[in-house]
Design a protein around this ligand. Structure first.
Ligand code: ZN
Ligand code: FE
Length: 256
């Protein structure tokens, strides 16, 4: 089986667009559809034809081009059952734990409520590839629009349980500001400090900070590290639950 080919680009202002292409079958999926033109440009640049959209959640900056791309290519749109009525053009609604086939590969649906109530992530199990959209960012996590901190903490736990060498693509290039915040929560973490410096450089040169890996996020992303003794001590929350520590970190980020 040939390796999947990926193409990463920016849409709107800070949304990532990602195309996933199987060179054998020619099948090509867009992870979400934030904006039509940049997706068309990427397809043209690569000589690929869009066959699928994999929708993670109902927010406008993730479904804006669903209808236009469906009209143009007749794509199949796969998205969250729990937001089925809110996803334009949805053909196939999928639920937590379900696997579906994309170009002969198994894609696992991981429900991660919190940012929205029905948000899903797509896990290409054999390829060790995760599309986390607005649940997990590099050094960050999504805002809690439709969920409690407890719910989001549980959702992030599902992603943290994946193998450390899982490659993670995410929904927004927020990493530089996430890094500035992360060091205020976990100031003694030397790997985080080094990563933050690297991110400054990457963004300065106009590069993207995606993808990341589960292992790197577990070691440096404060939103996955609510159990860490140094972070708890720093926040004066040694005896709080992990979810309470996570809630405090999320609250601080909202006001950062
Ligand atoms: Zn969103
Ligand atoms: Fe978004």
């Amino acid at each position: 089986m040939a390796a999947l080919e990926l193409d990463l680009f920016l849409c709107r202002t800070d949304n990532f667009g990602v195309l996933v292409h199987d060179p054998e079958s020619g099948m090509t999926a867009s992870i979400d559809a934030p904006e039509e033109q940049p997706i068309l440009d990427a397809l043209e640049r690569r000589g690929w034809k869009l066959t699928h959209i994999l929708t993670t959640h109902h927010h406008g900056d993730h479904v804006a081009a669903n209808d236009a791309l469906k009209k143009r290519f007749g794509v199949t749109i796969i998205g969250p059952l729990n937001e089925a009525t809110k996803i334009p053009g949805l053909d196939k609604a999928v639920r937590h734990g379900e696997h579906f086939d994309f170009a002969g590969r198994s894609v696992e649906v991981i429900e991660t409520p919190g940012h929205t109530a029905g948000h899903i992530c797509f896990h290409f199990t054999e390829d060790k590839l995760l599309f986390a959209a607005d649940t997990l960012f590099a050094l960050g996590c999504g805002r809690l629009f439709e969920g409690t901190p407890e719910t989001m903490w549980q959702s992030l736990g599902r992603l943290a349980a994946l193998p450390d060498d899982t490659t993670v693509y995410f929904g927004h290039e927020y990493t530089l500001s996430n890094a500035h915040f992360a060091v205020t929560i976990d100031p003694a973490n030397s790997e985080l400090k080094a990563r933050a410096a690297e991110i400054e450089e990457t963004r300065c040169d106009g590069g993207f900070t995606a993808p990341t890996t589960i292992g790197l996020e577990k070691r440096t992303n404060p939103f996955l590290r609510a159990a860490d003794p140094a972070i708890r001590a720093h926040l004066g929350m040694q005896n709080a639950s992990d979810a309470a520590v996570f809630a405090e970190i999320r609250k601080r980020k909202d006001n950062f």
